[in-house]
Design a protein. Structure first.
Length: 527
């Protein structure tokens, strides 16, 4: 049976040595494809130059420059997808690493050995998920039908606001934004979406903004039968965009659950022209942030700052600044304390303006937990789940605080619920690393190692490497444990000593547990 590696819009047929974008084969040479096969099989892990040369030039003596040429050709082929040329990361003097989207396979991991076996099984997209015991819905990304591609941010903003509005209805099960947005730009049947995300209903539509006018169309589909339940079109002035969102959400809710037809959705506050301009900058910033590329973060913050210059009372913009900054110190311990002060300040400002701001509540939970106040972090995380019972990030915030406090079973339940609510989020590698850390502290070392490997197959993670090192050491797999420690120490990211790792854990037994495993793996005590 052929082995197919799928990642982003690409498919790699390993046996035929062909790379496809969708159904179209790309002009990538045999050796470039051979290199890609090894890299995606070791997703998230470094691959030495010698290993790659052997894969593409088996038995031949070639210069390293030949490898560089083929890697360049591979990047050009992937570059048909904007940003995909960056999915192959150069590790100076060491080799290369695939850091793109999660890789799925059509078969098991048989035939792999060495580091690829250590990387564990690739993750398949969720299929055949059981329907929740309450009405469930996925909102697909609305299509931009404007002539101006620059309006993409506006259309994405419409979709996100509808998801947010529906999520506030606690009697609905709403798939999170990042899991819905994996279907952006793809023609996909509602039934397929329903099967992959485990939902009964799918909402899809389009939006066009031209000057001061907007047109929004939407249709609600029963994913089980494929039948259309409801459809509507709205032609309004731009100043009425919030009313359109509210009206659309109300119609969807009434169509899904007739008993709710008389329940009023809280209307968005009326905005002045200046406030609408601020909101527009906020949407632009959100679009930049969603690109998940390092250089876009600065653009996002600049847009949020512009929004605040126009309307300093825009709580969402303060919360967004805190959210973007939250990601900065995670891999740079030396910046953590100073950045967390700014994150907490911005999040608290947002909450002073809007006590129910979900993003600010989640961000504040994380920041407090990472600042040695996990008890307060847990309080804010629980508050977030009360504000929106469909927010996966709220449950990961609960899990994050719980692991530091030693409430391990509660944390495991919370992170598993997050993964169910938002299975396709690009950040799930971090959630899986958190789950792996929880499993380690529960003494479930085999499961912890497997979960850490799943995380690493999606993206590099210092937390997952730490768990892998400690778990393998506890299992007596010292060589694998030492390999993970070497990988961690070679990176500029993450805590490099046992003392730094255990500092935020409240229970003595948890600190001792980490110390035992990491010391056996070879991590320095101090650093």
């Amino acid at each position: 049976m052929p082995t197919i590696h799928a990642f982003g819009p690409f498919r790699l047929d390993a046996e035929a040595q062909l790379l496809f974008r969708g159904d179209r084969p790309l002009a990538a040479g045999r050796r470039a494809v051979a290199l890609l096969r090894v890299l995606v099989a070791h997703a998230g892990l470094p691959v030495a130059k010698d290993t790659l040369i052997e894969a593409a030039w088996s038995g031949l003596a070639v210069e390293e420059s030949n490898l560089s040429v083929q890697i360049g050709a591979l990047r050009r082929a992937l570059g048909e997808e904007p940003g995909a040329e960056n999915w192959i990361e150069t590790l100076p003097r060491r080799g290369y690493r695939y850091v793109g989207p999660a890789v799925t396979r059509s078969d098991d991991a048989a035939g792999l050995s060495g580091a690829s076996a250590r990387a564990g099984p690739a993750l398949d997209a969720p299929r055949g998920l059981a329907l929740p015991d309450k009405p469930s819905i996925a909102v697909l990304p609305f299509t931009n039908i404007s002539d101006d591609p620059e309006q993409e941010y506006f259309v994405d903003g419409i979709t996100e606001d509808i998801i947010t509005a529906l999520s506030k209805w606690r009697w609905f099960f709403v798939i999170a934004r990042n899991s819905s947005f994996v279907y952006k730009g793809r023609a996909v049947a509602a039934k397929q979406v329903g099967e992959q995300l485990g939902v009964r209903y799918v909402l899809e539509g389009s939006a066009r903004r031209a000057g001061c006018r907007i047109r929004v169309t939407a249709q609600l589909i029963d994913a089980l039968s494929g039948t259309h339940i409801w459809a509507e079109r709205y032609d309004r002035d731009f100043s009425d965009v919030f009313a359109v969102q509210d009206e659309l959400t109300q119609c969807v809710a009434a169509a899904i659950e007739p008993a709710l037809s008389n329940v009023e959705i809280e209307q968005a506050r009326r905005k002045t022209p200046g406030q609408l301009a601020a909101w527009d900058h906020y949407l632009r910033g959100t679009w930049h942030f969603r690109q998940l590329r390092g250089h876009e973060a600065a653009k996002a913050i600049a847009c949020f700052r512009q929004a605040l210059d126009l309307d300093d009372q825009l709580a969402d913009a303060h919360a967004a600044v805190a959210l973007v900054m939250l990601g900065r110190p995670i891999y740079r311990p030396s910046e953590r304390d100073s950045t967390m002060v700014e994150v907490i300040r911005s999040a608290r400002k947002a909450l002073s303006l809007d006590t129910d701001n979900l993003v600010a509540t989640v961000v504040l939970s994380y920041a407090l937990s990472w600042s040695d106040d996990a008890e307060a972090g847990l309080q804010f995380a629980r508050r977030a789940t009360q504000l929106n019972g469909n927010c996966a990030q709220a449950y990961t915030a609960v899990a994050n605080a719980c692991v530091f406090l030693g409430r391990l079973e509660e944390g495991l339940t919370a992170v598993d619920l997050a993964l169910r609510l938002n299975p396709n989020d690009p950040q799930t590698y971090g959630w899986r690393a958190l789950r792996a850390a929880t499993l380690y502290l529960l003494g479930r070392y085999t499961e912890a190692a497997a979960c850490a490997r799943q995380s690493l197959a999606m993206h590099w993670s210092h937390v997952a490497l730490r768990v892998l090192a400690a778990s393998c050491a506890q299992l007596g797999l010292i060589e694998d444990a030492q390999d993970a420690v070497r990988e961690l120490m070679a990176s500029e990211h993450g805590d490099k000593s046992i003392a730094a790792v255990v500092a935020r854990y409240a229970r003595v037994e948890d600190r001792e547990h980490w110390t035992q495993g990491l010391r056996a793996a070879g991590l320095p005590t101090e650093g």
